[in-house]
Design a protein around this ligand. Structure first.
Ligand code: MN
Length: 417
């Protein structure tokens, strides 16, 4: 599919993250506008509260854009999502009859402060990238025990915290926690010394499922509203001490950052791609009937407080072993109820090469091989004042489906004993 042209000129540039083909959903505020839903087009945001009030958008009998979150739209289901997308394309396409009515409802992105696009119902994080799992497993348990015996049969996950999911741009305070060095007799408490990122995609569940009712992988795919970039901040020293036998807890609970724009499944449709060949055949309830991953270029940059921004990782979402649809089907397979606004982290996305690794733990191989970040500086883990940014875009023919960025600066730990 080529670039679809809009009367919003900035959306037609090959460099625009938000052409008419994209139309991602966010929540924004300005100095004069209360937080509200918006749709990105070029360097502008369409004010959905105003568009609905003006009668340009009518999705349901009751208003759905009178609240600053997208959960009400999610609950309407896939037919309404398609109707909304078609209407937005109609309103914003080149030659639209409604241009004069819509133009005054556009707000410059540069005037907007982004907020979380939805009420995050619950957060689950998976561990579904094989390169990452092998790398981390090798460091934590040795090469022969790198992949746990269940890994090739189910997407392993843990239930995380929705309460500390924050939007891009929110500072993250270095966590305190209990750790024990391998050569120490007793544990100690204090600021995390091995603070890390995890480059992930977040899938947002749009329609829920009922308790006691599993869903197929096909149904799961149709339940997904869209995707965001997700940084699953990780305290490796806290994690190493606490993680057995129930998995990560405080090492992950202090913060998870997401990008502000939900890129819809419809926008990503041209970029569908298959998961890699199975090394062990999956049981029927987890098999995929069609390609359910996406070809999305991803990268990570690090900017020290007193230095230049440098790219430390370049990889692609197509490196995952399990898709979000498989993860969602697995999640509901016991009868676990899924809810509109549930956020599913993909697991760290790492390629095979060293510069494709999605965590500092892997890049610096547990701190043994610090990476060069220029200006005479190296990093094994994150230092206070560092700004870490995830970038993502699916690259089409003369256009891209951009995710914007997912960024945060690390502040020093709170003094606490
Ligand atoms: Mn993770």
């Amino acid at each position: 599919m080529p670039l679809q042209k809009s009367w919003v000129e900035s959306a037609n540039s090959v460099d625009s993250q938000f052409p008419l083909n994209n139309l991602p959903y966010g929540v924004f505020a300005t100095n004069s506008l209360e937080p509200r839903c918006g749709v990105a087009i070029g360097d502008m945001i369409l004010d959905m509260f105003a568009a609905e009030e003006a009668g340009l958008i009518e999705l349901a009998e009751d208003a759905v854009f009178d609240v600053p979150y997208w959960n009400d739209v999610m609950e309407l289901g896939p037919e309404a999502w398609d109707a909304l997308r078609s209407r937005l394309i109609q309103l914003l396409a080149e030659g639209a009859a409604e241009q004069a009515a819509v133009a005054p409802l556009l707000v410059p992105m540069s005037d907007a402060r982004m907020e979380l696009p939805m009420v995050v119902a619950e957060f689950t994080d998976f561990y579904a990238g094989k390169n990452h799992a092998v790398n981390v497993g090798t460091m934590f348990r040795g090469a022969e025990n790198a992949l746990p015996p269940n890994w090739l049969h189910i997407p392993i996950g843990y239930n995380g915290r929705a309460s500390t999911v924050v939007v891009s741009g929110t500072d993250v305070v270095r966590p305190n926690g209990q750790t024990k060095a391998p050569d120490a007799d007793t544990p100690s408490f204090g600021p995390c010394k091995r603070l890390d990122i995890e480059l992930e995609m977040g899938a947002i569940v749009g329609t829920g499922s009922e308790m006691g009712h599993p869903v197929s992988v096909t149904q799961a795919d149709e339940m997904i509203f869209g995707y965001v970039l997700l940084n699953d901040w990780s305290a490796r020293d806290i994690q190493a001490w606490e993680y057995q036998p129930l998995g990560p807890f405080q090492a992950k609970a202090f913060a998870t950052s997401i990008s502000p724009w939900i890129v819809t499944r419809a926008a990503l449709e041209p970029f569908r791609t298959s998961t890699p060949e199975r090394e062990k055949e999956l049981l029927p309830h987890l098999q995929e009937p069609k390609p359910m991953l996406y070809d999305i270029d991803l990268s990570v940059t690090l900017q020290p407080r007193d230095g230049k921004e440098v790219t430390i990782c370049e990889t692609n979402y197509n490196e995952m072993y399990y898709s979000a649809a498989q993860q969602l089907a697995h999640h509901a397979s016991s009868g676990c109820a899924m809810t509109p606004g549930d956020l599913l982290g993909s697991g760290t996305i790492s390629g095979v090469e060293k510069n494709q690794r999605g965590s500092l733990l892997e890049m610096s191989w547990g701190g043994k091989e610090p990476i060069d970040i220029g200006g005479g500086q190296t990093r094994s883990f994150i230092e206070d004042g560092d700004t870490l940014t995830l970038h993502g875009a699916a690259k089409g023919d003369g256009y891209q489906i951009g995710f914007g960025t997912c960024t945060a600066t690390i502040l020093p730990a709170v003094k606490f004993t």
